[in-house]
Ligand binder design. Structure first.
Ligand code: AMP
Ligand code: MG
Length: 334
């Protein structure tokens, strides 16, 4: 299949009819959002949604998020509890997904058979306009399953060129980390995935909120609440280790012998041999670390180095969400 690659500048007037028509006719389109690139199908076309799973090599029991352009469309996909209407409207559009009890007409293939559905209103002007013109779009991240999520069109092309109908290239995604997921279908709000909207912010907004154990530990769980949680994720092909400050000296000693490279924030580059460091952003601007994370993991895979050692981060704010991804992508050293 020949994949159409089209450039759309999100800051100029957005002409979306071509990719929107592809979706309406049952095709697959990769598009930018403010989190990562998504691989979209029209949510009510079961055949197209099924192709998303095929193309990505994604397990059938891992549900997709439905993307919509506005709150009214969200209410047509899931049942929004009245007590949460105001907060949802305050947090949207934005990098946060709400798990709601699903409406009857949502295809089973989208929700992996669950009676709940994940819904998000993206703020990215290209994604939002695509949903507005097309209607609800089911979309996971536009990478092959298990690979680091794509934060630019180059990464999407690497994984999916020739396998889907169209890729929209709008440059790098602003947050670079998948959406925060919060489950509002039960008695208490429950955080299913930390993301750009931080746990601290959620606590302030929702007051009482549950953070399950698997998020704090970041371990793979066997019978997960959200099926996505049991799969290996975000990992480069080469071995990647995460280490803590106390082990810095030991890591420096083995770097040369193992042809290793350290991935660290700019502030800490000075500790390492200058030809064996990849910079991942600045501690002073923690969102820059989230933004660069997946791109750096992909570039490490393509580098001349054989083993990666990434510094662990302090688990607060956006770096708590970064650490959640790293615990799945890397093996803890020692
Ligand atoms: P991705 O877009 O590739 O990050 O995948 C979407 C993720 O959203 C899945 O891996 C699930 O963890 C989560 N998700 C989507 N729908 C639901 C749902 N109904 N219940 C719980 N988690 C969900
Ligand atoms: Mg994904």
């Amino acid at each position: 299949m020949k994949t159409k690659i089209i450039k759309i500048d999100p800051l100029k007037e957005i002409e979306i009819s071509l990719p929107s028509n592809i979706l309406k006719r049952g095709g697959l389109v990769a598009f930018p959002t403010e989190t990562v690139y998504g691989l979209g199908a029209y949510a009510f076309n079961e055949e197209s949604v099924r192709r998303i799973f095929e193309v990505k090599g994604r397990a059938q029991d891992n549900p997709l998020i439905i993307h919509v352009s506005e709150f009214k469309m969200m209410q047509e996909i899931g049942i929004v509890p009245e007590k949460y209407e105001k907060v949802i409207q305050k947090l949207t559009p934005g990098p946060i997904t709400f798990v709601l009890k699903k409406r009857k007409n949502i295809p089973k293939v989208v929700t992996a058979g669950l009676n709940t559905v994940g819904v998000r209103i993206p703020a990215h002007p290209v994604a939002n306009k695509l949903c507005k013109e097309t209607g609800p779009i089911a979309a996971p991240s536009a990478n092959l399953s298990g690979k680091p999520s794509p934060t630019d069109a180059k990464a999407v092309i690497e994984d999916l060129n020739g396998k889907i109908d169209c890729i929209i290239d709008s440059g790098s995604t602003p947050f670079g980390l998948e959406s925060t997921i919060i489950d509002l279908s039960g008695d208490k709000p429950l955080i299913l995935r930390p993301g750009p909207i931080t746990v601290e912010e959620l606590k302030e907004i929702f007051g009482e909120i549950e953070i399950p154990d698997f998020i704090i530990k970041g371990a793979h769980v066997k019978t997960p609440k959200a099926p996505g949680m049991k799969y290996k994720h975000y990992a480069p092909d080469k071995p990647l280790f995460m280490f803590f400050k106390d082990d810095r000296e030991k890591i420096i000693k083995i770097l040369e012998r193992e042809n290793g490279v350290v991935i660290c924030p700019k502030e800490n580059v000075r500790y390492y041999p200058e030809n064996r460091v990849i910079v991942i952003g600045m501690l002073e601007k923690p969102y820059s670390i989230a933004q660069n994370l997946f791109r750096v993991l992909r570039s490490f895979d393509k580098s001349e180095f054989d083993v990666g050692y990434i510094e662990a981060f302090e688990e607060s704010g956006i770096l708590f969400s970064v650490m959640n991804r790293l615990k799945k992508a890397a093996t803890i050293w020692r």
